[in-house]
Design a protein around this ligand. Structure first.
Ligand code: SER
Length: 886
């Protein structure tokens, strides 16, 4: 059964059972700052489980795109690890519970194929339940009739599910399918999870967990408002079972990529069993190329942080695997279109957007290939040095440095070293890696304290409710300090100079989000005053202000005046509206594919990153600026409207990373169709209030990513004034009216170049005259003409030696020596003309015979050094002796 068909049957089954089918959320997990990618079907529904938002329906079903990378090293080695996968799920929010969840899953899994089921053999299904979940055991036995022998109890690590971070959790029951003796030992999932493949997880979501270090060690902090169901059936795993293939990489949606990779590298997949390194590599390629396609399709671009880094790593691992398989040419242009053809039937947007997607991927491959070239050059040098010094292996330090500094993959290093007959000090390398990982872990640990803070914030939220957020309505509020924290925990009083984080019951401050910097301003209490240096939302619903106490004290429970600096806010509004205007102007000039991938703005300044290959021409850049300023001059109304997401999309509103499950979104329009974006920022009322926009730079920020920067409002005037002052200064220095400046500079550069050329010509003439003088004054030594000199005027000794050599009469054997003093010795060039070489003279031998002489070259020309700076006009005895012997 094809993957698409399994998906269809799943959704049909649950639709028949009264579920609302919802589309997959995009892969970037935008709602949860602790998560980079959606890693389970339930992630978009977390607010419903936690009771923070009311769901539109009590039971829903979806096929959710997911990315998981913690086990990335297992990809290709086992049959069931994939970085990208799709999870079929049915969810109930305070609706049905264990009884139906178990029944619904069983019916679909074992239902006849003709009747719309998946047709698994009920005799081969095993289940696991959480240790003490007798209720589930009872249901499996009584309701389903499953024999006790095929039910196993397992502990927290296996049968208690959470997202790995604070949030909803609960005991679960998993379904496994026995693939038969060919896949491993009998005895159930406790014995062999390759043979007993887990295909469905039913989570009885009832609790909320706190922070913890692994799958087992975390506290349960409370009950969820309702008992919920979250199930996940791995679509790819079900395809493995129903297509009778060995592993994830051989199903219909993936195997064409694997086949193409094998064809390109002339490898026969599974030529030697199933776990040959080449087979693993082919599976890595198939998995990663598909994952990269799906991630880029959802708006992520390769980078060095967060999601961008995960994507970069996946892409590079695929390219590296192709390289190790023997592919020297770019691989992605051959593979990505195959992945597109596999996935586009289910995700048509991938075909429509393939130009952009492939640009990103191919750009990254080019960048990585450049890295590999640099790394290879450095590696070659290291290999040569090692061999020259008689070594047989590269040091751990060399390998580590290549890996760490140049991003050169260690397996490639080993492969290339082996080609040159060298080993690699793997133990040394691993020790250095372990050190580095220990450092990274310590960092991560330090960052984890953020989690603890979050639970403190949660407690404030539970006790006092959400912060009343008035940033759109007011610049000043009277507020109460609910809690304050410093680096060590809660504080009751903060004194002048201290930096603390304060939660207020209400606030006019804008918290950093959507690219807009947080507001600046002051908090004034009965006994002191503080400046606001940062404003964030550590948990949904709560606004936290980082304060520096300026004078006096501030205490928990104080009633304070919270005041946003009005000038700051005007600047912030100008910059944020300016960002929308520049974005619209960019799309106007470059077309709709130039869409924003990130932005940042603060008073007076904005920057906007967008996907585009190659720099903007000067003309495109000024067009963008011009259109943006025309929009300012047009004095467009700026309107903010709350509307259902579907309506916003219908109206063509641009959303970064698209939909969330928020039913209502905020749409900011500038001049109607001119600019329409989903945005939570603060904006001017009319576009003329932006005053002016001046583009200050346009640059590259990674493969296929450009950044445009601009200044707005008074900063735009100041920027232009500075430019004007610069021009004035230049005009004064060059004594030219400003409109003639460019011509004047052009002429100056032309004159400078001509002067350089003239100087070179004169230098050559001087050299030639010197050569003639030397040839004319050459001494006669044993039938040779000999000329020697020392140059001190910066002339090129080699050029002079060649000139002299070539000026000796052809039938007269001639030798010339030119020295340049260097330190306590000299650099020396010796040349011999063809007649001299015919008599057996070699310049290279001559150089070595000088006192302390070193160097080499050919018979006709050699360069090196000698001791001392003695006169060469008369032939040095060592050379004289050699010439006499010739
Ligand atoms: N959340 C559970 C899982 O991902 C079931 O959907 O396995």
């Amino acid at each position: 059964m094809r993957t698409a068909e399994i998906k269809r049957r799943f959704l049909d089954h649950f639709e028949r059972l009264g579920h609302t089918v919802v589309p997959s959320a995009p892969l970037p997990a935008v709602e949860d700052p602790n998560l980079l990618f959606v890693n389970a079907g339930m992630v978009p529904f977390v607010p419903y489980f936690l009771g923070q938002r009311a769901p539109g329906a009590a039971r829903v079903a979806s096929v959710q795109k997911c990315v998981r990378t913690p086990d990335i090293d297992e990809v290709g080695k086992t049959s069931r690890h994939g970085t990208f996968f799709q999870m079929n799920g049915n969810f109930a929010f305070g609706d049905y519970f264990k009884d139906q969840a178990i029944r619904y899953a069983w019916e679909l899994a074992t239902g006849g194929v003709r009747a719309g089921g998946l047709g698994l053999d009920p005799e081969r299904i095993w289940v696991s339940v959480y240790l003490d979940d007798d209720e589930a055991i009872d249901l499996w036995q009584r309701q389903i009739g499953l024999p006790a022998a095929r039910i196993v109890r397992r502990g927290k690590a296996d049968n208690y599910w959470s997202m790995g971070i604070p949030g909803p959790c609960g005991p679960c029951s998993e379904l496994f399918y026995d693939r038969g003796g060919a896949y491993g030992r009998p005895g159930g999932p406790d014995i062999d999870e390759e043979r007993y493949l887990e295909f469905w997880n039913l989570v009885f979501m009832q609790y909320e967990r706190g922070p913890g270090s692994d799958k087992e060690n975390y506290p349960i902090v409370g009950r969820l408002p309702a008992r919920n169901i979250d199930t996940g059936m791995g679509l790819e795993r079900m395809a493995v079972l129903l297509q009778g293939v060995d592993n994830l990489y051989e199903i219909d949606e993936v195997s064409p990529i694997l086949a193409r990779a094998a064809e390109l590298t002339r490898k026969r997949y599974r030529a030697h069993g199933t776990s040959h390194p080449d087979d693993v590599r082919l599976r890595v390629v198939a998995d990663h190329v598909r994952a990269a396609l799906m991630i880029i399709a959802d708006g992520v671009t390769p980078g060095n942080e967060g999601r961008g880094y995960v994507l970069r790593r996946i892409l590079r691992r695929a390219i590296r695997a192709m390289r190790l398989l023997g592919r020297a040419d770019p691989a992605l242009p051959e593979l990505l279109p195959i992945a597109r053809d596999c996935m586009a039937p289910s995700y048509p947007e991938i075909a429509a957007d393939f130009g952009r997607i492939s640009d990103q991927a191919y750009g990254e491959e080019e960048t990585f290939r450049a890295t590999l070239r640099t790394g290879t050059a450095i590696l070659d040098t290291a290999i040569t040095a090692t061999r020259r010094s008689g070594g047989s292996r590269l040091s751990g330090q060399q390998v580590f440095q290549l890996h760490d500094t140049y991003g050169f993959p260690v397996d490639l290093t080993m492969e290339i070293a082996a080609e040159h007959g060298l080993a690699v000090d793997e133990a040394g390398f691993r020790a250095l890696m372990a050190d580095q990982q220990a450092r990274a872990k310590a960092d991560a640990q330090a960052r984890k304290t953020g989690h603890a803070d979050r639970s403190a914030y949660r407690a404030v939220l539970d006790a006092h409710g959400a912060t009343e957020w008035l940033a759109y309505q007011r610049l000043e509020t009277e507020s109460r300090v609910l809690a304050m924290y410093d680096a060590d925990g809660p504080v009751t009083v903060a004194v002048a100079g201290a930096v603390v984080t304060a939660v207020l019951d209400r606030t006019p401050f804008y918290a950093e989000s959507g690219g807009q910097a947080s507001d600046a301003g002051t908090i004034t209490g009965p006994d002191g005053r503080a400046e606001v240096i940062d404003v964030q939302r550590p948990v949904k619903g709560l606004v936290a202000h980082t304060l520096r106490i300026l004078d006096g004290t501030l205490a928990a429970d104080d009633t304070v005046q919270a005041a946003v600096d009005p000038d700051w806010r005007i600047g912030a509004r100008q910059a944020h509206s300016g960002t929308h205007v520049v974005h619209a102007a960019l799309r106007h000039v470059l077309g709709p594919t130039a869409s924003q991938s990130g932005s940042f703005n603060r008073p007076g300044y904005l920057r906007l990153d967008f996907g585009w290959r190659g720099g903007l021409s000067a003309q495109a850049r000024s067009e963008v600026e011009d259109i943006a300023n025309q929009a300012v001059r047009a004095d467009f109304p700026v309107t903010v409207e709350l509307m259902p997401l579907a309506a916003a999309r219908q109206a063509g509103a641009l959303a970064l990373f698209g939909e969330t499950y928020d039913d209502v979104v905020r749409v900011v329009e500038i001049g109607g169709d001119f600019s329409r974006e989903l945005c939570g920022g603060t904006h001017v009322d009319r576009s003329a209030q932006i005053a002016a926009i001046a583009v200050t730079s346009e640059s590259s920020v990674g493969a296929g990513q450009r950044r445009i920067e601009a200044v707005t409002g008074i900063e735009a005037f100041r920027y232009l004034a500075r430019e004007r002052d610069l021009v004035t200064q230049l005009a004064e220095q060059l004594k030219a009216p400003r409109e003639e400046l460019a011509d004047k500079v052009h002429a100056l550069i032309g004159r400078a170049k001509a002067a350089e050329r003239r100087a070179e010509r004169l230098q050559r003439q001087l050299l030639r005259a010197e050569a003639v003088r030397l040839v004319d004054g050459a001494a006669e030594v044993a039938g040779f003409a000999y000329a020697g000199t020392t140059v001190t005027d910066g002339a090129d000794p080699r050029q002079l030696a060649e000139l002299v050599r070539d000026s000796f009469p052809a039938d007269r054997p001639g030798v010339v020596t030119v020295a340049v003093p260097a330190g306590t010795g000299s650099r020396v060039v010796i040349a011999a003309n063809p007649a001299a070489v015919a008599r057996g003279v070699s310049a290279a031998d001559l150089i070595k015979n000088l006192p302390g002489g070193r160097g080499g070259g050919s018979a006709a020309l050699a360069q090196g050094t000698r001791q001392g700076q003695g006169d060469l006009t008369t032939v040095p005895p060592a050379i004289g002796a050699l010439l006499a012997d010739a």
